[in-house]
Design a protein around this ligand. Structure first.
Ligand SMILES: [Zn+2]
Length: 266
């Protein structure tokens, strides 16, 4: 363990780039002998309650560089800054072996450019971001060049406020379930279609996610559509007003079975 840098030092500013991370660190540093709840940290920073989820994620960033002791008090987690790590942890915690496996084709999974021909640098990307519950499992990893990686990161950042709801939905294997769980997470509120699309595609690309969504009705779900004017076009928002428990076996086969039953007999 190394000594803690002061919040204004150059050493600290080189280690921690994010504004929120720096703010959290300052509070923890100034209360070194104490364990604080996230609400206390937030209040000391002068932030609203709505910022809490954001702070939780930023706190996890600090763990890479610092040792923060976590203890429980009832339902609350308390945080106390203990020290600085001797070695900054890798952001992703992916082993060299897995990294080599993912990068072995030496080609960006999105634009197809290669280090040899196009002089791009390849990164190991999480298909479902870790903030959304994506794992380090090789199935969730892909090679992306710096441009594609950056583009994806910026695009996904616009959905950050929904991270916790996405997390509840994005990791199921079946597309119907991912879509359904996302709608459930919004508790009957209308959901932006681009967000549904991201979650529908999170594990494997869907040719027609709208169809998957409509098929939930076959299972007895009540899904409302609200066409909203955005700029010059109408955009369909969806809300689950009623949902049914998931079938025990495959959702796909249950839908097919019900569709066959409902077909009028000749
Ligand atoms: Zn690329």
């Amino acid at each position: 363990m190394s000594e803690l840098p002061t919040p204004d030092s150059t050493e600290f500013n080189n280690l921690v780039r994010g504004k929120s991370e720096r703010g959290i660190y300052r509070v923890l540093y100034e209360h070194r002998g104490q364990a604080l709840t996230m609400a206390e940290i937030r209040q000391t920073m002068g932030l609203e309650a709505g910022e809490q989820e954001h702070l939780n994620r930023r706190m996890r960033e600090l763990y890479r560089v610092f040792i923060v002791e976590r203890t429980r008090r009832g339902t609350e987690t308390l945080y106390q800054l203990v020290g600085k790590r001797d070695h900054v942890l890798n952001t992703d915690g992916i082993s060299m072996k897995v990294r080599a496996l993912i990068l072995k084709d030496q080609r960006c999974a999105q634009c197809g450019r290669t280090p040899m021909e196009d002089h791009v640098k390849l990164h190991v990307d999480h298909k479902i971001p870790q903030e959304w519950g994506g794992t380090n499992d090789p199935d969730n990893l892909q090679p992306l060049c710096s441009d594609c990686n950056e583009g994806k990161r910026n695009f996904y950042a616009t959905y950050d406020e929904y991270a916790d709801k996405i997390k509840e939905a994005a990791n199921y294997d079946e597309p119907h379930r991912r879509i359904g769980e996302l709608l459930k997470a919004f508790k009957g509120e209308f959901v932006r279609p681009d967000l549904i699309e991201i979650v529908a595609n999170s594990k494997q690309y869907q040719d027609d996610w709208q169809k998957r969504l409509r098929e939930l009705r076959t299972l007895g779900w009540v899904i409302d559509v609200d066409k909203r004017k955005e700029g010059k076009r109408f955009v369909a928002y969806y809300a689950a007003k009623h949902f049914e428990p998931w079938p025990n076996g495959s959702i796909r086969s249950e839908i097919t079975r019900l569709e066959v039953l409902r077909k009028p007999k000749k």
